[in-house]
Ligand binder design. Structure first.
Ligand code: TYM
Length: 340
């Protein structure tokens, strides 16, 4: 009798990454990481601490090592489950750099020059800007394409890089034969762009000079409350999320995600009350929401061997997938197979 085996349905695959540079903030969490956690229910997920991206701007050696391990702990504490997802450090899988080199050969100078993040970080400086900063999106494309990711959950600022990844993948497939899955960016409306607390025209950023502009996920409760108390507000006194009130719109969006209330319900709740009441409650809300997470980070930090084990296992699993892709890529390009 012919046995009837049900084909195992492959769940769609997710890849995303975060840089261990600067303090991780609530923008990173609300725009990306909380979605990563949810997507574990429906997708096969790979999450990566992208240390090679971080070194495109100068990092202090010891601080980088510490930040890389701390970021892994932050992701674990936020709910990334190493039993279900592959959590690893980018530089532990050399195929990222190798594929980036090959993709460099089909990426255009003009495409990279047009990237908004490069223009911002490079500051228009042509002569002394690092080549790594310029090439950053190609390494990101390699990250995504190595794993055949169908979906890439990111905040709004990374959309352009994922779109470039699609262009590079399509070009490679056209020139060398179908090799890569064409990935889709996944950008959820709520929290897609959390703005700076001291200037709502700028996004909340790890590299911002002023720590008052962001709430770090590891800020102590009194610091969180103080930063929210000092956040800039708009003219007027009403709590309203409208285009003429960008600062309030941002604070209401943060409230809404942490409290689960709609912006309208928040406006209603604070009708007739002033900014001080709203900010006090928001400070408490964020500090209380982060407290259990911060305790978990502290527990994980006390067991560095545990974290290193998780990252070792993650790199091993990631490497197995990456190796299969690289074999195909090498063959398509015409590189002589590696001697075994
Ligand atoms: P990074 O480390 O700057 O940020 C990590 C994630 O947080 C999102 N994010 C925000 N979302 C909402 N509001 C904000 N103010 C805010 N600031 C940051 C980012 O969009 C990102 O999703 N290049 C990436 C890392 C990377 C990557 C990848 C991402 C490397 N390879 C492959 C996806 C796939 C970066 O610098 O993210």
């Amino acid at each position: 009798m012919i046995s009837q085996c049900n084909p195992v349905e492959r769940r769609p695959r997710v890849f995303s990454g975060v840089q261990p540079s600067g303090a991780l903030h609530i923008g990173n969490y609300l725009g990306a990481i909380r979605h990563w956690v949810q997507m574990q229910e429906t997708h096969d997920c790979l999450y990566c601490v992208v240390d090679l991206h971080a070194i495109t701007v100068r990092q202090e050696r010891k601080a980088l090592t510490a930040a890389t391990l701390q970021l892994a702990n932050i992701l674990l504490a936020a709910g990334i489950d190493p039993e279900r997802s592959i959590l690893f450090v980018q530089s532990h899988v050399p195929a990222h750099s190798e594929l980036a080199w090959i993709l460099n050969t089909i990426t255009y100078f003009g495409e990279l020059r047009r990237m908004t993040q490069f223009k911002e970080k490079g500051g228009g400086e042509q002569e002394s800007v690092g080549v790594g900063l310029f090439d950053y999106p190609v390494l990101m494309a390699a990250d995504i394409l190595l794993y055949g990711a169908d979906h890439v959950p990111v905040g709004d600022d990374q959309k352009q890089h994922v779109e470039l990844t699609r262009d590079i993948a399509q070009r490679f497939n056209r020139e060398f034969g179908k090799t890569f899955v064409i990935p889709e960016p996944v950008i959820r409306e709520e929290g897609r762009r959390i703005m700076s607390l001291d200037n709502p025209a700028n996004k909340m950023s790890k590299s911002a000079a002023s720590p008052g502009s962001y709430i770090a996920l590891l800020d102590p409760p009194d610091v969180i409350r103080r930063k929210i108390r000092r956040a800039v507000t708009d003219s007027g006194t009403e709590i309203r999320a409208t285009p003429d009130k960008p600062a309030l719109t941002n604070l209401v969006a943060i409230h809404s995600i942490f409290s689960g209330l709609s912006p309208e319900a928040i406006e209603e709740r604070y009708a007739g009350k002033g900014y001080a009441d709203f900010k006090r409650d928001l400070g408490d809300l964020v500090a209380d929401a982060l407290a259990p997470f911060q305790r978990k980070v502290a527990e994980l930090t006390a067991d560095p061997a545990g974290t290193r084990n998780i990252l070792r296992e993650g790199a091993c699993r990631a490497e197995a997938i990456a190796a299969r892709t690289m074999e195909r890529v090498r063959e398509r390009v015409g590189l002589v197979p590696r001697p075994v």
